[in-house]
Structures are given as structure tokens and as C-alpha cells.
Design a protein around this ligand. Structure first.
Ligand SMILES: NC(=O)c1ncn([C@@H]2O[C@H](COP(=O)(O)O)[C@@H](O)[C@H]2O)c1NC=O
Length: 529
């Protein structure tokens, strides 16, 4: 085993001191000599763990309020020395080898997240010596061991115990990757913070949390390789944002079924984010990123039954999302009725799991409860660039909408309008949704002209034997011409919700009045491309 390297001397320098005492104790028990910076050294000494302060070892005091403490050739020489090559240089310069470094960095993210954080606070929390040691040790991983995360302390100790006080190259290399990931994320955060100071002036007034930084630095962690991408000739992987801590397709636990595909993940995201909009039992069935059936119900089974009824043809091989614990009756109904790719719910009862287990291929996901709305950014890759925007969190309520027609909507229609409007937000533009009694009646998605989406919603409803009469209609953006209104009227729509704002609004309102329809404007559109 020529890849193992003994740990004889370690340097510990941590801001977050969680677990460091136990780690230091265990290293000491293995006969490791400990070096440490001021605060860490004091903690160790106070707990009777033998330790030498870095400043005593280098013969140079920590200066400038800690800005310079480990930036010394006796430290970096000890870390970076190539074992078997640099021994003479080390001896000439009284440098001793440092075999393990455990560092975690000044809490930059936590500092800038605090309300009222000044530029001076942020600057003082940029760690310099820490990342330098992290990178030195990771660079020399052939001989040295870097630990940047307290969760790895136990693993290193266990490996040393199993290898006579040494670590293996495999572990050192893995820890080195983690170290470079860590410093990349840290520097990315700092660059983003400074990058929001536009124009580039180093003053507090120039810092604007809501601004988009000059360069966009973000880190995503690979969750899994995928068999292929959107098509089988495309390679793909799924990366997750470690900063996001909420119920999502990224954090969901897969309880059973075949591995998720690229399209499964994208469609599950659409279904889950849509079903999150609703209070009370709700079900969303998605096919190719568009909801093909959405419904509310007295319970989940009823919600599913009704969502399925919208478009059983498209629901075949779809993705089903619920906003409440999936129960046995609903699970049984799905299994009995249809081929489904993915089912996702905040919780899945044991009885429901047992029922779905009969269909071994069905991917069953549990994502946990949600109580906050997503605040993260939304990205779209274009050739040569990246579009970044706030997520569409806008949603009007009844108090915000304005009745523009002569006819007033009834209270039932108003309820349906809000339901329909929420669904339209998740349908690809041009989006038209017909709905009645908290159930979609027809969905027209992704057409290049609004009138065709309106026609398609009507055709689909007719094909599935659904009665459009007295349904309401939502349009994700304004109608440029009255033809969409006429198509809706011909299909039997009695009430419309749309943003308004067309130069032909007057003509559109007149068309609604002509057909005896009620119409409300939201003043907010929900394009989804
Ligand atoms: N200036 C330096 O040479 C230096 N060397 C290590 N640090 C950091 O000082 C912190 C530990 O300090 P202490 O042990 O004094 O609590 C660690 O987060 C470490 O990353 C430094 N601080 C900032 O750069």
C-alpha cells in the first residue's frame, strides 16, 4: 500500500468549531502533533489537548487583527513540500512537514446575509489564509490530507485507525475535490457579492442584494447521472442547488421505481410546482411539461378522478402530483386505471406504497411538506448565454382583478376564474385553460397563436365528452384580436380571465359583451415559454 501517507503533524484552523475538539482528541490519541491558530488553539488548550500555536511555530505573531496568521513559508512549505523531493529545502529552512490540514472558512455567506451588513463587515469576513491552506493541501493531495467539512472528521479518523495512522490516496483525492469545490463556491459567493456593486464603487450604497452580479457564479452538485437526456443520443446528468432547502423534485426521495429520466424530472417539476398553488386536496397531471388535467376535490381521490377526466388520452404515461399525503384509495385508483411514469406527493402512506409496489416500474417520490414559496432564480440556457430571472411568483387574488364586461361574474365563476388562472400560469404559452367547478375542461397549450389554443381547448373538451357550457376560460396573456373570444364563445365559455393590456382591449371587451360573457382583467400575465 504505497499510497497511504502517515499523519504525523496536523494544522487545525476553524471558524466553526463544531466537532473540532473530538477530532483533535482523536488525532492526539493517534500520536499526531497539533498546530493551531489563535482561537482554535485556545479552545484545544482549554480542553487539555496538547497544541502548539502557529505563531510559536513560525516565530511570527498573528498580525493585523488576524489578517495574517498562517501565511508563512513554514506553514505553506510544510504543506506543499513534495515528499521525497523537497526534504533538503525543508531542512535548510527549518520547515517541518504538515500532513493534515482541517480548515473551515470565515462565515462570509452568513455575514452578508445579516441585515445591515456593511461592506467593511463583508470585507473582514473574506478568508485569505484559510482558502490558501485549503488549496495548498488539496494541490498536494498525493501526500497531504485536507478536511473542510466537520462531517469528514469521523471518516478520516476511522481511516487512520484502520491504516496505522495513515490516510489512503483515494480518500485524500476525494477530500481534495471537496476542498476545491468548497473554495470555488466561496469565491463565487464573494464575486457575486462584489459583482452586485454596480457601478463599481466600493461603498455601502452601491451594494444591492437584488441586483444581478456582473458575473453569474453558482454551484450545482451532481445528484445523479441520467441514462440519457431529452433524447437517447444526448448524455445528461441531474445537478441540484445545495442552497435550496424546500420541497422540490430536486430534494424528493424516490421510494420505488425505475431511475428517473431527464424528461421525468422536468415534467415532475412542472406538476409539483403547479399543484403547490392550491389549497385543499388537488391533483395535477402533466404530460410533456404541460398540465393535461388539474382538479380540486373533497379528497385526493376525487381530485385525481376529476383531473384524469379532463384528458384521459394524454394522462396515459403522465406525471401525477398531489398536494397532500397520497392515500391507499387514490393509489389504487391510479394503479387500476392508468399507465403512469411518476407520482409525487408531500407524503405517501404505507398502504399507498404497498399498493404502488405492485407496479415495480412506477417512480414514486415523496418530497415533504412545503410552506414557503420558491424564491430562487429561474434560468434558461440559450446558445452562447444564460437568461436569468426571478421565478414567476406573481399571483393575483380576487381583490386585484377588475371586471371589464357589462356582465358581472357570479361567485361560482369567480372561484373558477381563480382556479383556472392558477392552472394557466403553468401551461406553456400561448396558454388557454377552460375550467368548471374546480376542474379543467380543456387545455390549449404551446400554440403559436392564441386563437388556436382557444380552439384546441374546445376540441379536446368535446373529444373527451366534456360539456364546455358555463365553463370559464383563462388566457395567460392578453388577446390581440377578438377571434379568441369568439372561439371561446362558440365553445360555450361564459366568463374569461386574462391580463388585459392589448391596444384592442376595447374591441375585446365589446366582443365579450356581445356574447353576453363576463370578463375580468388581472393586470398580470404569466407567459411560460
Ligand atoms: N490570515 C490568515 O493567515 C488565516 N489563516 C487562517 N485563517 C482563518 O482563521 C480561522 C480560524 O481562526 P481562529 O483559530 O483564530 O479562530 C479559520 O476560519 C481560518 O480559515 C486566517 N484568516 C484569514 O484570512
Amino acid at each position: 500500500m504505497n499510497n497511504v501517507r502517515p499523519i504525523r503533524r496536523a494544522l487545525l484552523s476553524v471558524s466553526d468549531k463544531t466537532g473540532i475538539l473530538e477530532f483533535a482528541q482523536a488525532l492526539h490519541a493517534q500520536g499526531v502533533e497539533l498546530l493551531s491558530t489563535g482561537g482554535t488553539a485556545k479552545l484545544l488548550a482549554d480542553n487539555n489537548i496538547p497544541v502548539m500555536e502557529v505563531s510559536d511555530y513560525t516565530g511570527h505573531p498573528e498580525i493585523m487583527d488576524g489578517r495574517v496568521k498562517t501565511l508563512h513559508p513554514k506553514i505553506h512549505g510544510g504543506i506543499l513540500a513534495r515528499r521525497g523531493i523537497d526534504e533538503i529545502v525543508m531542512e535548510q529552512n527549518a520547515i517541518k512537514p504538515i500532513d493534515l490540514v482541517a480548515v473551515n472558512l470565515y462565515p462570509f455567506a452568513e455575514t452578508v446575509a445579516k441585515p445591515g451588513c456593511t461592506l467593511a463587515d463583508a470585507v473582514e469576513n473574506i478568508d485569505i489564509g484559510g482558502p490558501t491552506m485549503v488549496r495548498s493541501t488539496a494541490k498536494n493531495h498525493k501526500d497531504t490530507t485536507i478536511v473542510v467539512n466537520a462531517k469528514d472528521y469521523g471518516r478520516v479518523i476511522a481511516e487512520m485507525q484502520a491504516n496505522n495512522g495513515s490516510t489512503t490516496l483515494e480518500t485524500r483525492f476525494d477530500l481534495a475535490i471537496a476542498a476545491f469545490e468548497h473554495t470555488a463556491a466561496y469565491d463565487g459567493m464573494i464575486a457575486n457579492y462584489f459583482g452586485t456593486m454596480v457601478p463599481a464603487h466600493s461603498t455601502d450604497e452601491c451594494h444591492d442584494d437584488s441586483a444581478f452580479p456582473r458575473t453569474f457564479n453558482s454551484q450545482f452538485v451532481k445528484k445523479q447521472d441520467l441514462r440519457y437526456g431529452e433524447n437517447s443520443h444526448q448524455k445528461a446528468a441531474f445537478y441540484v442547488d445545495p442552497q435550496i432547502d424546500e420541497a422540490s423534485v430536486a430534494s424528493a426521495i424516490q421510494l420505488q421505481g425505475k431511475a428517473l429520466s431527464y424528461n421525468n424530472i422536468a415534467d415532475t417539476d412542472s406538476a409539483l410546482e403547479c399543484v403547490k398553488e392550491f389549497e385543499g386536496p388537488a391533483c395535477v397531471i402533466v404530460k410533456h411539461a404541460n398540465p393535461c388535467g388539474v382538479a380540486l376535490g373533497a379528497n385526493l381521490l376525487e381530485a385525481y378522478d376529476r383531473a384524469f377526466k379532463t384528458d384521459p388520452t394524454s394522462a396515459f404515461g403522465g406525471i401525477i402530483a398531489f398536494n397532500q399525503e397520497l392515500d391507499a384509495q387514490t393509489a389504487q385508483a391510479i394503479v387500476d386505471r392508468q399507465f403512469v411514469e411518476v407520482i409525487i406527493a408531500p407524503k405517501v402512506s404505507q398502504a399507498a406504497r404497498d399498493i404502488i409496489a405492485a407496479k415495480a416500474n412506477v417512480r414514486l417520490l415523496e418530497c415533504g411538506e412545503w410552506n414557503t414559496k420558491t424564491t430562487n432564480l429561474d434560468y434558461k440556457r440559450v446558445n452562447g448565454g444564460l437568461l436569468v430571472q426571478d421565478r414567476d411568483q406573481g399571483m393575483v387574488d380576487l381583490a386585484d382583478v377588475k371586471v371589464v364586461s357589462k356582465r358581472q361574474p357570479t361567485p361560482e365563476q369567480l372561484k373558477d376564474l381563480m382556479f383556472c388562472w392558477k392552472v394557466a400560469k403553468f401551461v406553456k404559452s400561448n396558454a388557454i385553460v377552460y375550467a368548471k367547478d374546480g376542474m379543467t375542461i380543456g387545455v390549449g397549450a404551446g400554440q403559436m397563436s392564441r386563437v388556436y389554443s382557444a380552439k384546441i381547448a374546445g376540441i379536446k373538451a368535446a373529444d373527451e365528452g366534456l360539456v364546455v357550457e358555463n365553463s370559464v376560460m383563462a388566457s395567460d396573456a392578453f388577446f390581440p384580436f377578438r377571434d379568441g373570444i369568439d372561439a371561446a364563445a362558440a365553445a360555450g365559455i361564459s366568463c374569461i380571465i386574462q391580463p388585459g393590456g392589448s391596444i384592442r382591449d376595447e374591441e375585446i371587451i365589446a366582443a365579450a359583451d356581445e356574447h353576453g360573457m363576463a370578463m375580468v382583467f388581472t393586470g398580470m400575465r404569466h407567459f411560460r415559454h
